[in-house]
Design a protein around this ligand. Structure first.
Ligand code: BG6
Length: 489
């Protein structure tokens, strides 16, 4: 709530010399600064293993901004003024005395410190301990945690326990950058700001829900992380399940951190946890082979990686939510690298009409569909039946036509912000609504672990698919045997 926001005046960025920092964090912070949204005296301290002087870090940040900011956002004076906020302290998280140096560099943090922590799962514990010992976990410190927060339920609990030993839950901000996306927040506006969806938003009105997050990129120099994670942990456990929760949750009473997260957590707790026997029928995994994406010939995963691997780069899952509202409604989820197009989309297919009065006159009906396109375009489309113009001498011709709401066009004047802009500002100001609570994360992992256990028990290996395709053909069978077709247009 704006009234209770409490901005801090120091920000500490772990992984400051990494890829996320260059592409997202520094451009986001600059974007906020440019619009006058950062506390005027706030300093930003970068830290990582790389040894840098302040000057070298500023140069690094300047290059990152030049590379990743859109041309129309590059303002020489504003960049120069942003860079003045930056300083740097190298840190090896395994060395306790380095945290003392970090604390000296930060100086007085009594007016508040926000920490953005992204690190390898194995370094979470020493980092949290180091911060605590150096006095950097006091009551006016908030910590933002970037994924991966573990690789299964047990390791995620370990990390959560280590953090909880030092920070109470109301000062922990677990990041899922999908929640920072404007279109993802728009799901809440669509569902709870309009009255006409709610009466049909349930098993009586909805036949099935599909969520697709397809990417055209491959490994992107992240082999070290990605090969140990795979598509299920990298995309489904967090981002896609958050989308499931926003689609499936009960209406929260208020737009606040407790109301919204309580409802999401209930969805996660109602997700059907698969038995090993159910896994082969309900999941498909794939790994991209060579092919062409966007007209460009690309290598297969194993060639990019340079060693054998059974990591999945594609996964499709049929799951369900065991509660009253969603009884019997399949949720089909899929995500993959090196697919035909880059697209994040939710398709809600409604039930057909109970009886077609047009059948005797040759009119064919399609069930209504609501498409929520999250990226790259932002639109909401309702597919409805309409009669083709004509005198109908040879029967009535009905056609599916789109009712289009283009958010891009409707809000053409509004700047689209990077998801991290929103999340960093909320961290700095202390609003947890768009961050993930511990019980959510643990329920997500419990569901994921059951699927992975099923893969192991059934010795399931990913099937190869051509880069530039929609994944292995078996993923088509996953929906087709229920009479459902993936929304691919
Ligand atoms: C990250 C994953 O969390 O999300 C990446 O680790 C993935 O593998 C990325 O590419 C996708 O994010 P976006 O915002 O491009 O959909």
């Amino acid at each position: 709530m704006p009234g209770t926001r409490q901005p801090l005046d120091k920000l500490l960025l772990f992984g400051a010399t990494g890829d996320l920092s260059q592409r997202m964090l520094l451009p986001s912070l600059y974007g906020l600064d440019e619009d006058g949204l950062l506390p005027p005296d706030m300093t930003i301290t970068g830290t990582a293993r790389t040894v840098f002087e302040d000057g070298a870090f500023r140069k690094f940040a300047k290059e990152a901004l030049e590379k990743y900011l859109p041309e129309d956002r590059k303002d020489k004076d504003k960049i120069a003024s942003f860079l003045k906020r930056l300083n740097y302290q190298a840190l090896d998280a395994t060395k306790a005395d380095h945290f003392k140096d970090l604390s000296d560099e930060l100086g007085d943090t009594s007016k508040g410190l926000a920490i953005f922590l992204s690190t390898a799962p194995s370094l979470f514990e020493p980092t949290i301990k180091g911060l605590a010992q150096a006095g950097l976990a006091h009551g006016n410190v908030r910590i933002g945690l970037e994924k991966p927060l573990g690789y299964d339920l047990a390791s995620s609990r370990e990390i959560n326990d280590a953090v909880a030993a030092v920070f109470p839950e109301d000062r922990i901000f677990r990041i899922d950058h999908y929640l920072g996306k404007e279109t993802v927040q728009n799901i809440l506006a669509l569902r709870f700001g309009n009255s006409f969806f709610e009466p049909v938003w349930n098993a009586q009105g909805i036949d099935n829900v599909q969520i697709t997050v397809s990417e055209t990129v491959g490994l992107e120099e992240r082999a070290g992380y990605y090969d140990g994670a795979g598509a299920l942990r990298d995309m489904v456990t967090n981002h896609i399940l958050q989308l499931v929760a926003l689609i499936a949750m009960e209406p929260p009473a208020r737009y606040d951190k407790d109301s919204i997260r309580d409802e999401k957590a209930k969805v996660f707790r109602s997700l059907h946890v698969m038995t090993p026997e159910e896994v082969p029928q309900n999941t498909v995994t794939g790994q991209y082979g060579p092919g062409a994406v966007g007209g460009e010939i690309v290598k297969g995963y194993l060639d990019e990686l340079g060693k054998p691997s059974t990591t999945e780069t594609f996964v499709a899952i049929k799951t369900r939510i065991d509660n009253w509202r969603w009884q019997g409604v399949p949720f089909y989820l899929r995500t993959g690298k090196r697919m035909a197009v880059r697209r994040s989309e939710i398709a809600i297919q409604f039930k057909p009409v109970p009886h077609s009065m047009f059948a005797g006159r040759g009119g064919l009906l399609q069930p209504n569909k609501l498409i929520i396109r999250l990226q790259p375009e932002e639109y909401i489309q309702m597919l409805v039946m309409a009669k083709e113009p004509g005198l109908d001498r040879e029967g009535i011709h009905l056609r599916e036509v789109p009712l289009n709401l283009s958010l891009d066009a409707e809000f053409a004047g509004a700047r689209r912000r990077i998801a991290y802009e929103r999340l960093l500002l909320d961290l700095i100001e202390g609003d947890q609504t768009l961050f993930v609570r511990r019980d959510e994360v643990e329920a997500q992992w419990a569901w994921t672990d059951a699927i992975r256990a099923g893969w192991t028990a059934n010795d399931m290996k990913p099937k190869s698919y051509a880069s530039g395709s929609w994944g292995p053909s078996t993923s088509i069978a996953l929906t087709e045997r229920d009479g459902v077709t993936w929304q691919d247009d």
